[in-house]
Design a protein around this ligand. Structure first.
Ligand code: SF4
Length: 641
């Protein structure tokens, strides 16, 4: 369906794998204006297709792979695409965002998104070559790890076309094939790693999807957009977070700050500091192991590291992996983390959920709940264990189910560190309670980014009181909505860091910074007003480039307030879909270790006051006390008529 807006290709492909039918999913300009793209667009499509009776690994589940209007336009960090489906980890609607080149090539093929339903009878590779969508047998690729699978696809495409065609790929590894609950989907070195989307691919016998084509990705005002981008790239390169900290050390650079603030999850979250943190932090990684910095397409931030494993240059670990496979299991051997990170990427398995499940199993063994032989600090068998999980062999078969299901079976729920079944990232929320709220309420479960990433103002950028619940509900909503829209547009959420004036980061003790840090907990009322009436902000903020570029790229009017409102629509839409699968306040929960046990017995504030924050959050969101969006909220956001 053609579009008047720039940035879009105007078509959504629909594939019914059971009946081998290919068609076009109806998607109009009215839909584009309301649901933008990426995860929000996917949520609308799945809202229209799901009844509430679908099972994550059943044939009836549907996968939507969607780009945003900025994907491939040259905007900073805009190679992103999204995979939404029902998650086998949470049982609710999930979205998993990814870099790599697949999103760009999907648009070059002429499509903004793919809607995939049904199940292939045997392992399949879906090839999208412009208008031609073909299903090939992937029998000989089944069982291959990620890199050999990419190599096999390259050979097959070269053989078929007779030349070195450019294309984008996504594929699963053995973990996805064997329905490991936390299997991811790989796109080159990047991954849609979280919430088990790889297992959904495996359940449908999809080994890989490739995309190629020659369509132009055009924007609405090319000349103005070009000029604007020049300035935007420059400002990101000058900013202390996006131009210095992230390029220099990646997210790994946060390990030391988290240690200092008691936020570094250690020993399955029993503690917030790891005595050997300096052996597994970003500085050591940068000095001793980093070969080059790498980034996704058109990304000036380049937060990815390249390290050497067995003489091969491979993607290095991010903060979450360093924290959870370091202090999380009491391992101080950085080389091992690099090896494991690579092994997990190759098996197609989420590093966060794998590490956290392992830490839970170690503690369960220590507490004699499950006699599995795993111990903190003992790491010799871990590589083999990862293989066993991916292939569901021995205790690996049980570990493949994740910490929630294991704790329901063996006991130990109070130290199973997950929300809605998704294991938390490495930020210890008893020292960043807003992050704790975010983990608990996030649509996709215990995710730091989908939770609003409040930790950025609770000690990892700004330094507001990390343990007060004040204003955290309103802040969480605002940050979630902004990030929702950045993701829906097709950009990486790290571009949002440019929003914070640089001097607040570089001069943490400056007068203005100290005033800002002290004032933030007291501006809940102002945030509440913005959250409630975002459209009153009918203007562009000079520090927020995303909405200004969005207008130039698409030709839609997108002032800052409307940008927030679109994010709010997306966030509520996901929640609304999940209510059909039973999500409610009972699922917006954290394990008792984080809400009832003090991290420091002498500090009564060192736990997450979750219920208190949930109340203000629900009120801000327009949800009832059961955590369900009210009819009024859904109508206001045009989610229902
Ligand atoms: S900031 Fe990092 S994850 Fe985001 S687009 Fe750039 S390289 Fe990719």
């Amino acid at each position: 369906m053609a579009t008047k807006y720039g940035g879009y290709m105007g078509r959504v492909a629909q594939l019914d794998l059971t009946n081998l039918k290919v068609g076009e999913y109806p998607w109009t300009d009215e839909d584009r204006a309301l649901y933008i793209g990426g995860k929000t667009m996917a949520a609308r499509i799945l809202c229209d297709l799901f009844t509430g009776r679908e099972r994550p690994l059943g044939e009836e589940n549907v996968i939507v792979i969607s780009t945003g209007p900025l994907t491939g336009t040259g905007a900073p960090s805009s190679s992103r695409f999204n995979i939404s489906t029902l998650s086998p980890q949470t049982g609710f609607l999930t979205s998993s965002n990814c870099g790599g080149t697949f999103g760009y090539y999907l648009k070059k093929a002429g499509f903004d998104a793919l809607v995939i339903s049904g199940r292939c009878p045997h392992p399949t590779w879906i090839e999208i070559d412009g208008d031609h969508i073909k299903l090939h047998s992937a029998q000989e690729m089944w069982g291959l790890k990620v890199t050999p699978c990419h190599d096999a696809l390259r050979s097959r495409i070269r053989e078929e076309s007779g030349f070195n065609k450019k294309f984008g790929t996504i594929c699963i590894g053995p973990a996805g094939e064997n329905l490991v609950k936390y299997a991811g989907v790989a796109s080159g070195e990047r991954a849609a790693g979280r919430t088990g989307v790889g297992a959904v691919f495996g359940s449908k016998n999809i080994k890989a999807i490739t995309a190629s084509g020659h369509q132009e990705i055009t924007v609405h005002s090319p000349e103005k957009a070009k000029k604007f981008l020049k300035k935007w790239f420059k400002s990101l390169r000058k900013h202390p977070l996006t131009g210095n900290q992230l390029p220099r050390m990646g997210t790994a650079g946060l390990v030391s700050s988290m240690q200092m603030r008691g936020m570094l999850s250690t020993r399955n979250y029993a503690k917030g500091q790891y005595e050997d943190f300096d052996k597994v932090n970003g500085e050591t990684l940068a000095e001793e192991y980093n070969i080059i910095n790498k980034g996704c397409m058109t990304c000036p931030i380049k937060c990815a590291r390249t390290v050497r494993v067995n003489g091969e240059a491979v993607k290095g670990p991010e903060l979450e992996t360093l924290g959870l496979l370091g202090g999380g299991i009491e391992n101080n051997d950085l080389q091992k983390i690099l090896d494991w990170n690579h092994e997990l990427d190759e098996l197609g398995m989420d590093t966060i959920s794998t590490a956290s499940t392992l830490a839970w199993a170690m503690e369960a063994n220590e507490k004699h709940l499950w006699n599995n032989g795993l111990r903190f600090g003992e790491t010799e068998q871990i590589s083999q264990l990862f293989e066993d999980i991916a292939h569901r062999r021995g205790i690996g078969n049980q570990l493949a189910e994740g910490s929630k299901r294991l704790s329901e079976h063996y006991g130990g729920k109070e130290f199973a560190i997950h929300a809605k079944g998704l294991e938390l990232a490495a930020y210890e929320p008893r020292r960043a309670v807003g992050m704790g709220l975010g983990y608990a309420v996030a649509n996709r479960g215990g995710c730091h980014l989908n939770g609003g990433y409040l930790v950025i103002v609770e000690g990892l950028g700004l330094f507001t009181d990390p343990q007060t619940p004040k204003a955290k509900g309103d802040f969480t909503m605002l940050f979630q909505d902004l990030m929702e829209m950045i993701g829906a547009s097709g950009q990486c959420v790290f571009t949002s860091y440019g929003f914070f004036p640089g001097f607040l980061i570089t001069r943490p003790n400056g007068l203005i910074t100290r005033i800002a840090n002290a004032a933030i907990p007291h501006i809940g009322w102002a945030l509440r007003f913005i959250n409630k009436f975002p459209l009153t902000l009918h203007l562009q903020l000079p520090v927020f480039q995303q909405s200004r570029f969005f207008e130039l790229a698409t030709g839609m009017s997108m002032k800052f307030g409307k940008y927030i409102r679109c994010g709010e629509r997306g966030y509520n839409l996901e929640r609304y879909v999940s209510t059909r699968f039973g999500v409610s306040a009972k699922d917006d929960a954290l394990p008792k270790r984080l809400t009832d046990t003090l991290q420091d017995p002498n500090d009564p504030t060192s736990k997450v006051p979750l219920e208190k924050m949930k109340k203000t959050y629900y009120r801000a969101r327009g949800w009832d006390r059961h955590g369900i969006p009210t009819e009024r909220t859904l109508r206001k956001l045009k989610i229902i008529a």
